[in-house]
Design a protein around this ligand. Sequence first.
Ligand SMILES: [Fe+2]
Length: 305
Amino acid sequence: MSPITLTPLGFAAGAQISGVDLREPLSNARHQQIYDAWLQHIVLVFPGQDLTPEQQIAFSRRFGVLDRHESQASSTLHPEHREILVLSNKVVGGKKSGTHNSGRNWHTDLSYTTRPAKGAILHCKEKPPVGGDTMWANLYLALETLSPNIRRLIEDMEALHDVTLIRGIEQRDPSVITGMKQRNPPVIHPVVRTHPETGRKSLLVNQRIRRFIGMSDEESQSLLAMLNAHATSPEFVYRHRWSLGDVVMWDNRCSCHVALGDFDQTRPRVMFRCSLEGEVETGRIAQDAGGSDRQSMIQAVAAVS
Ligand SMILES: [Fe+2]
């Protein structure tokens, strides 16, 4: 087996792997090397790859069960391979793609479902001359660097995740929005989750959280703003500047990410994404998605006193 080279790209996350041609089947030993590196570095970059959809699917399948993207609009999928979600800003038939502005706020993939993704594998097919970067935040570090008092506060808390908080969702085709809402009612997840393979705990917060369970909206928004700002501190972030042919895979169970719109939107940016299904359900559908404001809580206290 020819040696592969692993080069860390960031302190918090990110490593580049060279010396491997992903068009070739992975031996078990090579697969294990990559898998271990993935768990350790959260984001792996394989530069200079040129994969057919079938080859990307075959590589991705080695890391988990492939999502057939039932939570997504079928118009956003590869016409011949449901396993590939096409992230594109191209206009086709006079319409913008349903993914033209995907991922514009910090999120963990599919946290608006009861089973967030295990991870994903993106392949850069077209890119603008500059910009269109993606950033990932290490949510292990985010949790581990909170003060003991805040950790105690959030240890057993839950949060409501809402698909309608996808930034820019209102710019999508109305039929796409309606379908996304119907398929994805608000769900509740723990704020602290345990990685099923490493056993480490991480902070599951992002900008698609509506509020925390058992808190007023005002309390939720203050705490959420603080936790989001902390989790996405530059110290915990790896920022990837794409090159054509890059394959990037990330562990979604301990990270969040954002796809920046920092580029000329008239230039094409196209990524093929395979998504790995989450192994277990960590959330449940919210029976009551409503919140409460501080005034109603004060009135409730007044009524019983
Ligand atoms: Fe994403």
